[in-house]
Each structure stands twice: as structure tokens, then as C-alpha cells.
Write a protein that binds this ligand. Structure first.
Ligand SMILES: [Zn+2]
Length: 114
């Protein structure tokens, strides 16, 4: 199995995320909204805000992964210091946590959201 160069993959992902963020921006930056439109628009804006948060979080993850790559720490779990599975890195190059800790972090995030 050939694992693609994570630097190239991450930079590609970064460029795609930046582009998505740029394309998203004009929807949000409306100078003034008609009160009647505002209610109808709020659902759309909530969806937008969620999308924006998600994109920014992914961009942060990619940036952090690039930083770890530069430090020679790429592929190490940020929590336990253990190696991250190669298959996991291939599927998700920005992964900062090994699968055991990632599952735990997701469970905690869900509890926080509830
Ligand atoms: Zn770990």
C-alpha cells in the first residue's frame, strides 16, 4: 500500500477548505436584513453558521497536522503519544488522535453538545 505524501494531501485539503470558506462568505455578509426576511433567513443562517464552524474546525485540524509534520511529530497521537494507524492517516490525513482516543473525544464532544 502506497501512502500519499501527507504534506501534499494536507496542503490540497487546506486549499480546498479555504476555497469553500471563501465561497461561503458572501451568503453571510449581508449588510442589512429586512425583518420579514430575517425570520425566514434565520434557518438558512444557522445552517451557514454550522457549516462555517465545521469548515474552520477542519481547517484548524489541517493546519495543526501541517505543524506536526514540520516538527516531525506527524502520525503521533496528540493525547497518548502512540502511533496513529497508517490506514487511519490515509483516510483522514489531519487525524491528531489515535483511534482509541478519537472515539473517546467524539463521545465527550457529543456529551458536551447534549
Ligand atoms: Zn492515542
Amino acid at each position: 500500500m502506497i501512502i500519499p505524501d501527507p504534506q501534499i494531501t494536507l496542503e490540497q485539503q487546506r486549499a480546498e477548505l479555504c476555497l469553500e470558506l471563501l465561497n461561503l462568505e458572501p451568503l453571510y455578509v449581508e449588510p442589512e436584513i429586512d425583518p420579514v426576511d430575517a425570520a425566514r433567513d434565520s434557518l438558512h443562517r444557522e445552517g451557514y453558521a454550522a457549516k462555517l464552524r465545521q469548515l474552520r474546525r477542519r481547517l484548524d485540524e489541517v493546519d495543526e497536522a501541517l505543524l506536526r509534520l514540520a516538527r516531525g511529530e506527524y502520525g503521533q497521537c496528540a493525547w497518548c503519544g502512540g502511533g496513529i494507524d497508517a490506514a487511519r492517516l490515509e483516510a483522514y490525513p489531519a487525524a491528531a488522535l489515535c483511534i482509541g482516543y478519537a472515539t473517546r473525544a467524539e463521545m465527550e464532544a457529543e456529551q458536551d453538545a447534549a
